[in-house]
Design a protein around this ligand. Structure first.
Ligand code: 16G
Length: 253
């Protein structure tokens, strides 16, 4: 038996089994993942190897794999193949504390990292000007990034900060809040709005989930002590990785 069949088991099933071949192949791959024969981040054998080992067509292999990518069990990176997906560690985020992503991850013993998607300065859009109480000629720094916990993509964030608080966004490397704190303008209060969303193909690809997967869309508007807005951030958090938890107290009159 070949190495591939060795990893994935065999497709030998009773000839009268009406289950389509690609679904049987999916089952084999799933059980190899469940049994730990294929581990997170491990590359799957090539399409041709799998097809030859099981004596099925490459179309069948492709169909089986794309189904597992949709279910989030496998991920595909252009040019480098198909890998076993890393299940995200679920993060519980209290809604009552104003913390930064970097701090949240540090508190959980997870390593935060970032891929920059953009760091620019431009005129505030009408929406940003309204949110941040700016005039139409004011400029803002925009920071767009993909954020990771232990190398697993967790969120896409786009933060907008008036340039009078952050003249040069390229000075932000790991943490925006660390830079704001060093400049004496760390927000102390924020309003946050959460709603459910489905990820478009591009965002889903970056977050390594299936197109249309569930996400939490979060807008945060944060303020300085004197009530001046300092940051407006729009983000998409992976729905399978985040629980936002609020403590509720009975109001006694
Ligand atoms: C959090 C905030 C975001 C803030 C960022 C700063 C939410 C939903 N969003 O991700 O508004 O800009 O922290 O993190 O909590 P940093 O200091 O690590 O860059």
């Amino acid at each position: 038996m070949s190495r591939v069949a060795d990893i994935l088991g065999s497709l030998a099933l009773p000839p009268y089994d009406p289950t389509p071949l690609y679904l049987r192949l999916q089952e084999q791959i799933k059980s190899a993942i469940d049994a730990g024969k294929l581990k997170p981040l491990e590359a799957l054998p090539g399409e041709r190897d799998i097809a030859e080992s099981f004596n099925v067509s490459r179309v069948t292999v492709r169909k089986a794999i794309s189904g597992l990518v949709e279910q989030g069990l496998l991920t595909q990176r252009q040019g480098s193949g198909t890998f076993v997906a890393v299940p995200p560690q679920r993060v519980e985020q209290p809604l009552s504390r104003l913390t930064s992503f970097t701090e949240d991850m540090r508190l959980r013993g997870l390593e935060a990292s970032v891929v920059w998607l953009g760091r620019t300065v431009s005129l505030a859009s009408p929406q940003e000007a309204m949110r941040l109480s700016l005039s139409p000629n004011d400029t803002v720094a925009r920071l767009r990034r993909l954020r990771f916990a232990n190398k697993v993509p967790m969120a896409i964030e786009c933060a907008t900060v008036p340039t009078r608080f952050l003249p040069d966004p390229t000075v932000v490397e790991a943490s925006l809040y660390d830079v704001l704190e060093a400049r004496g303008c760390l927000p102390v209060r924020a309003l946050q709005r959460l709603h459910a969303a489905n990820l478009n193909t591009e965002d889903a690809g970056m977050l390594e989930v299936a197109p249309g997967a569930a996400a939490l869309a979060i807008d945060r508007l944060s303020y300085l002590e004197n009530g001046t807005p300092v940051e407006f951030t729009q983000s998409f958090y992976r729905g399978d990785a985040y629980d936002f938890v609020a403590e509720l107290n009975l109001r006694r009159e």
